[in-house]
Write a protein that binds this ligand. Structure first.
Ligand SMILES: NC(=O)c1ccc[n+]([C@@H]2O[C@H](COP(=O)([O-])OP(=O)(O)OC[C@H]3O[C@@H](n4cnc5c(N)ncnc54)[C@H](O)[C@@H]3O)[C@@H](O)[C@H]2O)c1
Length: 256
C-alpha cells in the first residue's frame, strides 16, 4: 500500500455502499486507515472486510448519521484507537421526490436532518481531533440538485444547497486551524440504490443522454474526485464545490 493517504485516518460516513463504498475502497487503496461508518452495519462490515482482504486497513462501525449519540461514540472510538482523525467524508444522505406544493413539513424536516444536520454534526464531532492535530480535510456530499431548481425535488434541492453553504462557512471558520472543507456535487451516478429507485427503465437512458459524455457516472469516478479534495494535493482548495456530472450542468435547456 502506498499513496496520498499513507497512515492517515479517514472516517467515511455512509461508507458501505455506493459512492461511500467506492470512497472507502479508494482511500484505503491509497494507504488510509479507513473507518466505515454506516447505518447498514452488515454492509459496513463487508466493506471493511473486503478492504482488509486487499491488504488495506479498515474497521466498521454501525451508526446512523442522524443519531448524534451513535455518531459521537463512533468518532470517540476512532480517536481512542487511532489517536487522530485526518479526513472526514460525509456521504450519507438521501432524497425523496415531491413538489413543494405536496411535500409535508415532516418530509422537509426529515430530509434536512439527514442531509444537512447530520453532515454538520459529523463535522462538529471531528473538529476537536483535527484541530489538535493541526489540520485535516473534510469533504461533504452535495449534488447538482443543490445548484439550481429541479422541479419535483424541492426539499432535496434545498437541503443539498444548504450543504454547500455549510461547507463554505466551515471552510472559513476552520481554515485558520488548518482544516480544509469542500463539497462534491455529483450528477446522476449509477449506484445500486440510484438504479433501483428508477421505477421507469427509460429514466436510465434519459440520464445517460443528459450527460455531455453520454452516460451516467460511476461511484468510483466520484470517489476519485473526493480523494483529490481530501488529499494534500488540494492544499489550496477550500470552500469549493466540485461538480462531477459528466457535463450535465454545462448546458442550458432541459437536461433530463
Ligand atoms: N446517486 C446519485 O445519483 C447521487 C447524485 C448526487 C448526490 N448523491 C448523494 O450521494 C450520497 C450517496 O448516495 P449513493 O447513491 O451513492 O448511495 P446510497 O444511497 O447507497 O448511500 C451510500 C451509503 O450511505 C449509507 N447511508 C444512507 N443513509 C445513512 C444514514 N442515515 N446513516 C448512515 N449511513 C447512511 C447507505 O447505507 C450506503 O451505504 C447521498 O448523500 C446522495 O444524496 C447521489
Amino acid at each position: 500500500m502506498s499513496g496520498r493517504f499513507m497512515d492517515k485516518v479517514a472516517l467515511i460516513v455512509g461508507g458501505a455502499e455506493g459512492m461511500g463504498g467506492a470512497t472507502s475502497e479508494r482511500l484505503a487503496a491509497e494507504g488510509a486507515r479507513v473507518w466505515v461508518i454506516d447505518r447498514a452495519g452488515d454492509a459496513a462490515e463487508a466493506r471493511a472486510a473486503s478492504i482488509r482482504e486487499a491488504g488495506g486497513h479498515a474497521r466498521a462501525v454501525a451508526a446512523d448519521a442522524t443519531d448524534e449519540a451513535a455518531m459521537a461514540a463512533a468518532v470517540a472510538a476512532a480517536v481512542a484507537a487511532e489517536g487522530r482523525i485526518d479526513v472526514l467524508v460525509a456521504i450519507a444522505g438521501g432524497s425523496r421526490a415531491g413538489r413543494v406544493a405536496d411535500l409535508p413539513a415532516s418530509e422537509w424536516d426529515r430530509l434536512y436532518r439527514l442531509n444537512v444536520t447530520a453532515t454538520a454534526t459529523a463535522c462538529r464531532l471531528v473538529l476537536p481531533a483535527m484541530r489538535a492535530a493541526g489540520g485535516g480535510a473534510i469533504v461533504t456530499m452535495s449534488s447538482i440538485s443543490g445548484l439550481r431548481g429541479d422541479p419535483g425535488w424541492g426539499a432535496y434541492n434545498a437541503a443539498k444547497a444548504a450543504v454547500i453553504s455549510l461547507t463554505q462557512t466551515l471552510a472559513w471558520e476552520e481554515g485558520r486551524h488548518g482544516i480544509r472543507v469542500n463539497a462534491v456535487c455529483p450528477g446522476p451516478i449509477a449506484s445500486a440504490r440510484m438504479l433501483a429507485s428508477l421505477d421507469d427503465p427509460g429514466f436510465a437512458a434519459r440520464y445517460d443522454a443528459a450527460c455531455a459524455i453520454g452516460r451516467m457516472g460511476r461511484p468510483e469516478e466520484v470517489a476519485a474526485a473526493i480523494a483529490f479534495l481530501a488529499s494534500d494535493e488540494a492544499g489550496f482548495v477550500s470552500g469549493a464545490h466540485l461538480v462531477v456530472d459528466g457535463g450535465l450542468t454545462a448546458r442550458t435547456g432541459q437536461p433530463v
